[in-house]
Design a protein around this ligand. Structure first.
Ligand SMILES: NC(=O)c1ccc[n+]([C@@H]2O[C@H](COP(=O)([O-])OP(=O)(O)OC[C@H]3O[C@@H](n4cnc5c(N)ncnc54)[C@H](OP(=O)(O)O)[C@@H]3O)[C@@H](O)[C@H]2O)c1
Length: 247
């Protein structure tokens, strides 16, 4: 039912986890997809895999969201190779957890730079093409911790809460140009990011999830697909929670 043929999608951090599942879903719906990660080789492998399984056009580029230079170079190459992006999924993100009293300036700075400033930089470059086309979809990956907090994540939860304000403001500024801007706040999703958490922490989260299971990357990717499509055309400035009832 959702047909994204003719659309160009950029998913940051799509070599693994939620980003990879999202790139796959958008390609299945017919979009041409740009796969990115810090390693262009790794992104290339994933892009090839997605192209083979879906028949969609894919393009891989190395994009380190923590580096302004890398972002500028990558977006220039994407514009030259694929054209202007229609669907931007700001997914790349990292955490560096430690209790607030022990948190070093570097722990704070890196997490804000990668998760929040990187999204600002990518979006500002990509939105120019959307403004010209008078159509666009921007989807920002926030987190449940932006709403409930989490011990050891003062840096990460602040960055993810910042993305909510960013989403709501851009939604108002860009709505007259037919560009929607929404956020997704995943709960506990089984990916590399959560794999290495101590078992007691995982069980602690599980006991708070009414659906009694952790989320899968596809649970989030399905919502991205909806927000990227015409079906969600009158929704902007929203945060969709994907957490099995946790919050
Ligand atoms: N998993 C969860 O429970 C959960 C919950 C709430 C929110 N989220 C958010 O959802 C998003 C995806 O998380 P995930 O669980 O799928 O994480 P993941 O499995 O760790 O994957 C992270 C992705 O981001 C990329 N990445 C990391 N640092 C990067 C950088 N500096 N520049 C560019 N790309 C970078 C990685 O690619 P390379 O390593 O190849 O560079 C990878 O593709 C993140 O924003 C995360 O904060 C996750």
């Amino acid at each position: 039912m959702i047909n994204l043929s003719g659309k160009i999608a950029l998913v940051t951090g799509s070599t693994r986890g939620i980003g990879k599942a999202t790139a796959q879903r958008l390609a299945e719906a017919g979009a041409s997809v740009v796969v990115t990660g810090r390693s262009e080789d790794r992104a290339g492998e994933v892009a090839k895999e997605i192209a083979q399984s879906t028949g969609a056009k894919t393009f891989a580029v190395g994009l380190d969201i923590g580096s302004r230079e890398s972002i500028e170079g990558a977006i220039k190459r994407i514009n030259e190779e694929m054209g202007n992006v229609d669907i931007l999924v700001n997914n790349a993100g990292v955490n560096r957890d430690t209790l607030f009293v022990r948190m070093k300036y570097e722990d704070w700075d890196e997490i804000i730079r990668v998760n929040l400033t990187g999204t600002f930089l990518v979006t500002q470059l990509v939105v120019k093409g959307m403004l010209k086309k008078r159509w666009g979809r921007i989807i920002n990956m926030s987190s449940v911790v932006a709403f409930i907090g989490n011990v050891g994540q003062a840096n990460y939860s602040s960055a993810k809460a910042g993305l909510v304000g960013f989403t709501k403001t851009l939604a108002k500024e860009l709505a007259p140009r037919n560009i929607t801007v929404n956020a997704i706040a995943p709960g506990f999703i089984e990916t590399d990011m959560t794999e290495n958490l101590p078992e007691e922490i995982k069980q602690g989260f599980l006991s708070q999830i009414p659906m009694n299971r952790f989320g899968k990357a596809e649970d989030v990717a399905n919502v991205v697909l909806f927000l990227a499509s015409e079906l969600s055309g009158y929704i902007t400035g929203e945060v969709i929670h994907v957490n099995g009832g946790l919050f």
